[in-house]
Design a protein around this ligand. Structure first.
Ligand code: NDP
Length: 784
């Protein structure tokens, strides 16, 4: 029996298009504005290739006006307060619900996605996101007391979930008190324009939300605008890199949600019928144009052929067709250029020896359609196993053992999501922490909710959207404003304690500390260290590129530190504090050599001991949460360490700044490569013996002395360094952010501004722990 068509009527959407005469201007400062370029581009329905409307192309001057409107609106929006903003967000949510069908139909027409998906998934999630964030708006001052809004946020979104991505961006930004300028993707601007109309209808103050349409050049003008305080971007890793580089050193905050090549791992005891439906959701949802699509099917060898047969059987029954037909499974590809990308990569897969299978039926010819496709016999290094195809193409590989499954899953530069299929809960929960990805779904896939954070590890970008963790992307610490650009490095007054004897001191050349051992620098050179009076008092090893590489290798080898319990790590940290206390006098004298008074030096040492206590205490207390996501799941939000972290210490507070940055990082399970103060590294090198006597495993803390900016550049360019904290100059900060774009390392730089390490709001804060970790959300089926 043939399926009949079950068409959804486009009439309401067509009426709306006609009402606007099929032509849309820009929306900023609460008004519809003609673009200065006077240029418009067509947006089409990819299911039938018909033009839907003409969309304005904003140039840099239009962008400037929109940013100015957002800036002008900011003070009043801030002053409105938490409850006032919550009321507006609630009104938006209500309005979306009231017009939900119009939004769904328009989305499907513009993007090509099945109406079933836009009606039942995209738009309900949009409303949910605004409701949820109306709540966060209300609670901002209670839940995030130490934080305030960032300012004007530029938001750039892709075409795969146009309105949902808008909601993910605008809802948290407004809730935290910011104003926004948002650019939808060129292929799919319509629902963002309808959203602008809705903002008008509810009387949202002018300039709080501004919608600018245009292409990549418009996006670039937003990124480069000097009054933009933060950029939130979702799209390709290539453009993410451009944005990282363009903003390096500017002080603009960024969050990037980029591509993925997510593994869908099936163990031999999985319920294969559920797996097949999971595969349909993983790779044929939204035509596979999903950043977290389960595009790599990893199957245990013993069940592979059986599973492939079931999948092929299911594929044969899938229906591709007009997005407004309620009975289709797969809609149209968004645009001809995307279709060409898919066709090219599939051909490459065949050329590289993959076994390609497609159903026997053919796709309709009226639009841009592509059939569901399965590749088997693919090698892990094949292009289609590594590159994001962003289409309905599933690439299958097999594994024999659990460790092999984990290795294969992590064999990608991305880290957005993963799903694990097994009936064995122990196995699922053993594998979940070993996968390097921001979201792990157990026996489910592609489930989203406003209460859970979403975002990547590695080259899938950084930052989270949704959940409490997502709010931090739209706030800054109030104390940031107290950091100054003035240089108060080391006091240049004479050392308060100089050697009482005229005899030459016993020569002391401090080595580097790598892998738990004191090692000579590769260069064979040393750096002379002078005291506050300018007298040479010691030499330290002059570290170079090779030493940093060795230190990174040693840090990687110390992986067992990460799997130790927080309690066990805390014991080591307390022991470090205890040993520092025993040698307090020695450390005080050392600081006095660099010009500190006895009182100040004593204060710095005792604060250091206290800080170690603080982070030892946090080691087993900075935990995650269980998010209230959809009823059939609980979602564990687990803070995980970044991995190997570079830390470049400032010149000032040579002991306290070292302790205040290194100890929280290792408390969270990171292994670190530290470049201590260049001019006063001896407080750090004195710690070698303390570390050695405190049971700190070798390789957890590695210290390379030398020229700060040379060493930090090596760390920034190192592909095996996962994150980098830098407390130095503005130029150094720029260099770090620029170089970090290559492997998308998480950076935290100070743009040449000094913090007062002795103040707890600047030198001891949960913020250090937040920067030392990233949240993984693990979705576990729960309840009915
Ligand atoms: P892009 O990254 O090019 O586009 C994303 C957004 O960025 C769009 O709004 C785009 O504008 C804008 N943009 C493009 N260039 C710049 C720039 N230099 N500065 C600022 N903004 C810019 O993705 P594409 O749409 O070209 O898709 C290409 C590939 O990216 C896909 O095949 C897929 O692999 C991946 N992708 C990943 C997504 C994800 O969710 N992770 C989403 C979409 C794509 P405009 O649309 O006008 O060009």
């Amino acid at each position: 029996m043939e399926y009949g068509v079950a068409p959804e009527s486009p009439s309401a959407a067509n009426e709306w298009l006609e009402k606007n005469k099929g032509k849309f201007n820009l929306y900023f400062d609460g008004k519809w504005q003609t673009p200065l370029s006077k240029k418009y581009f067509d947006t089409i329905n990819p299911a039938n290739k018909k033009t839907l409307a003409k969309i304005a192309e904003a140039n840099a001057t239009d962008v400037d006006k929109a940013v100015k409107a957002a800036k002008k609106a900011l003070p009043k929006w801030v002053k409105l307060g938490a409850h006032g903003r919550a009321r507006y967000l609630y009104a938006i949510a209500r309005q979306i619900q009231k017009h939900s069908r119009l939004f769904a139909v328009l989305e499907s027409m513009d993007n090509g996605k099945p109406i079933r998906e836009s009606r039942d998934i995209d738009i309900p999630l949009v409303a949910r996101h605004f409701y949820h964030h109306a709540g966060w708006a209300q609670l901002r001052d209670t839940e995030l007391k130490d934080y305030k809004e960032i300012g004007v946020i530029a938001q750039i979104i892709p075409w795969n979930f146009p309105l949902l991505m808008l909601a993910w961006k605008i809802a948290p930004a407004l809730a935290m008190g910011n104003t926004v300028v948002l650019k939808p993707a060129e292929f799919t601007s319509l629902t963002a324009l309808l959203f602008a109309e809705l903002c008008d209808e509810i009387g949202l103050p002018a300039g709080v939300v501004n919608i600018i349409t245009g292409d990549g050049k418009t996006g670039a003008a937003m990124v480069n605008h000097p009054s933009v305080d933060k950029i939130a971007f979702t799209g390709s890793t290539d453009v993410g890199r451009i944005i990282r580089r363009a903003t390096a050193g500017t002080g603009k905050k960024i969050s990037l949600e980029l591509g993925g090549k997510s593994p869908f791992i099936v163990f031999e005891d999985a319920d294969l019928d559920s797996v097949v439906e999971g595969v349909v959701d993983a790779i044929w949802f939204n035509q596979g144009q999903v950043c977290c699509a389960g595009s790599r099917l990893l199957v245990q060898e013993s069940i592979a052929e059986r599973l492939y047969a079931k999948i092929r059987n299911r594929m044969e029954k899938l229906r591709v067709g007009d997005s407004l037909d309620k009975s289709i499974d797969i809609g149209a590809i968004v645009a001809p250029v995307q279709l060409q990308v898919i066709e090219k990569l599939v051909q490459q897969g065949v050329d590289e020896g993959g076994n390609m299978w497609q159903p026997s039926w053919s796709c309709p010819v009226e639009g841009y359609f592509y059939p569901p496709t399965l590749f088997t016999d693919v090698t892990p290094a094949a292009t289609i196993a590594q590159v994001e195809i962003f289409g309905p193409v599933l690439v299958a590989m097999t594994f024999r053992t659990h460790p092999e499954a984990i290795r294969l899953a992590n064999n990608t530069r991305y880290g957005l999501a993963a799903s694990i299929w097994t009936e064995n809960i122990n196995l699922a929960l053993d594998v979940a922490p070993k996968i390097k990805a921001g979201t792990v779904w157990i026996n489910c896939t592609n489930v989203f909710d406003a209460a859970s954070g979403f975002g990547g590890y590695r080259e899938s970008g950084f930052g989270r959207e949704g959940g409490k963790e997502g709010l931090y992307e739209y706030v800054k610490l109030r104390s940031e404003e107290s950091h100054t650009a003035k240089k108060t490095a080391l006091k240049k007054n004479a050392a308060s304690e100089s050697s009482s004897s005229d005899l030459p001191a016993i020569d002391r050349t401090t080595k580097l500390y790598v892998g738990g051992k004191q090692v000579r620098p590769d260069s064979g050179y040393s750096l002379t260290i002078k005291n506050g009076a300018g007298k040479s008092i010691a030499t330290v090893g002059l570290g170079n590129r090779k030493d940093i590489r060795n230190a990174v290798e040693a840090a990687h080898a110390a992986e067992s530190w990460t799997s130790m319990s927080g309690h066990a790590r805390a014991q080591v940290l307390y022991y470090i504090a205890e040993n520092l206390y025993i040698r307090e006098d020695e450390f005080i004298k050392r600081l006095m050599q660099f010009g500190l008074s006895k009182t100040d030096a004593s204060k710095e040492v005792s604060m250091s001991i206290e800080r170690i206590y603080t982070y030892a205490a946090y080691a087993d207390k900075y935990d995650g949460s269980v998010h209230h996501t959809l009823s059939r799941n609980v979602t564990l939000a687990m803070p995980e360490p970044l991995g190997v972290l570079g830390i470049v210490c400032p010149e000032e507070a040579p002991l306290l700044a070292f302790v205040s940055s290194v100890i929280p990082a290792i408390a969270m399970g990171n292994r670190v490569v530290v470049v201590p103060s260049e001019t006063a590294p001896l407080s750090a090198t004195d710690l070698y013996q303390i570390f050695e006597t405190s049971d700190l495993p070798g390789g957890v803390v590695n210290i390379v002395t030398g020229v700060r900016d040379e060493l930090s550049a090596v760390l920034a360019n190192h592909d095996d360094v996962d994150g980098l904290w830098y407390f130095g100059t503005l130029e150094g900060s720029k260099l770090i952010e620029n170089a970090a774009a290559e492997n998308m390392k998480r950076t935290w730089v100070n743009f040449g501004k000094q913090r007062d390490w002795s103040e707890n709001h600047a030198g001891e804060h949960e913020f250090f722990l937040r920067n030392a970790t990233q949240i993984k959300n693990i979705w576990i089926p729960y309840g009915e």
